[in-house]
Write a protein that binds this ligand. Structure first.
Ligand code: NAD
Ligand code: UDP
Length: 334
């Protein structure tokens, strides 16, 4: 049995490969076009897992190459991470996002169908909840979104639902991630985007390493504990473990499941920044600036379904997340 991991050299994919290698004996095949990652991740994964991981540099839009992979490796299931994920960029370049994320996924699904491989775990996002009416957010909440990145996730969720409705021999897990941060405890893999980051933790890291002078906190007049935005930060290794549970579930049940992967706890920007400063004993200068357009006040998950269906819940604390995020940078950058 072989499992295909699209986007497996990326941030969440690479952490999932680490967890997978502990729990399954299937051959692991990573396919990634290295658009937002690099080959060094493969060597790092071999170091951590002590396993031979097969890597293929290719694009999910290349249907013929996908057919070659399915023929050669007899793929029996897929975890599909490959995609572009920057909200701002998706507004500027919608066609790039729709092509890469939606057309790419359709290419993958066509090949899966052709080769009778009907088990897929898909990376969705809490962004599909838009501005939630109720907190914590349940999977049954109304779905909406405001940008092409979010639409690409919603459309793929709909495509997967339609496929399952037309053929219930598929097994599909749609996982809606909240805000992954942190890094593998080895410090060998983690997240280090190039350029000026959009997301909070990568920005804090750039300030911690003096690549940027100070953090801009986007607004302190939200209706939250201290006025700054509240999010459900989840350790990437906990998130990765959720994929192992989801894979196990779809291997044993022909169902479509849509499940939140979060901790169920919301922390404000200031709470996160202060925790980072404390556990790493490093100063993070910050300024309060205007709200970022499109931001919502609060977003955190109801995690009951994940516990009930997957028997999964997050384990790591905000302190662990802040320590591990910085630990990775200390090993790799500083
Ligand atoms: P990432 O950019 O680190 O990893 C994605 C990987 O996919 C990269 O290595 C990239 O090179 C690859 N890729 C992109 N398009 C491809 C294509 N057409 N063919 C082959 N490879 C391709 O991102 P991540 O944070 O690991 O996110 C993984 C998935 O989870 C994405 O689908 C993302 O939208 C989703 N997600 C991420 C977050 C987050 O905050 N990180 C939150 C919710 C959902
Ligand atoms: N944020 C911030 N400064 C930054 C980046 C983010 O104050 O440089 C805030 C943002 O307004 C939000 C929280 O941090 O309240 C998380 O933002 P991120 O972009 O990481 O995740 P998302 O908003 O997509 O959930």
């Amino acid at each position: 049995m072989s499992i295909l991991i699209t986007g497996g050299t990326g941030y969440i994919g690479s952490h999932t490969v680490v967890e997978l290698s502990k729990s399954i004996s299937d051959k692991i095949i990573i396919l990634d076009n290295l658009f937002n990652s690099d080959f060094s991740v493969i060597e790092k994964l071999q170091t951590i897992t002590k396993k031979n991981i097969i890597f293929l540099k290719s694009d999910i839009c290349d249907t013929n190459f996908l057919k070659h992979i399915f023929t050669k490796y007899k793929i029996t299931s897929v975890i599909h991470f490959a995609g572009l994920k920057a909200v701002g960029e998706s507004v500027e370049k919608p066609l790039l996002y729709y092509n890469n994320n939606i057309v790419g996924t359709i290419s993958l699904l066509n090949v899966m169908k052709e080769f009778n491989c009907k088990k897929i775990v898909f990376s969705s996002s809490a962004t599909v909840y838009g501005n939630p009416e109720h907190l914590p957010i349940k999977e049954t909440a109304k779905l909406s979104t405001t940008n092409p990145y979010g639409y690409s996730k919603l459309i793929i969720e709909n495509i997967l639902t339609d496929i399952y409705n037309s053929d219930p021999s598929w097994s599909i897990a749609i996982l809606r991630y909240f805000n992954p941060i942190g890094a593998d405890k080895s410090g060998i893999i983690g997240e280090n985007p190039s350029g000026i980051p959009n997301n909070l933790m990568p920005y804090i890291i750039k300030v911690a390493t003096k690549q940027l002078d100070s953090l801009n906190i986007f607004g302190n007049n939200y209706d939250t504990i201290d006025g700054t935005g509240v999010r459900d930060y989840i350790h990437v290794s906990d998130l990765a473990d959720g994929h192992i549970k989801a894979l196990d579930y779809i291997n044993n049940n022909n169902e479509i499941i849509k499940i939140n992967l979060g901790t169920g706890k919301g922390y404000s920007v200031l709470q996160l920044v202060k925790t980072f400063i404390k556990v790493n004993n490093i100063n993070i200068p910050y300024n309060i600036v205007d709200r970022r357009p499109g931001d919502i006040a609060s977003c955190y998950a109801n995690t009951e379904l994940a516990k009930k269906v997957l028997n999964w819940e997050s384990k790591k604390s905000l302190q662990d997340m802040c320590l591990d995020s910085y630990n990775f940078i200390k090993y790799n950058i500083v």
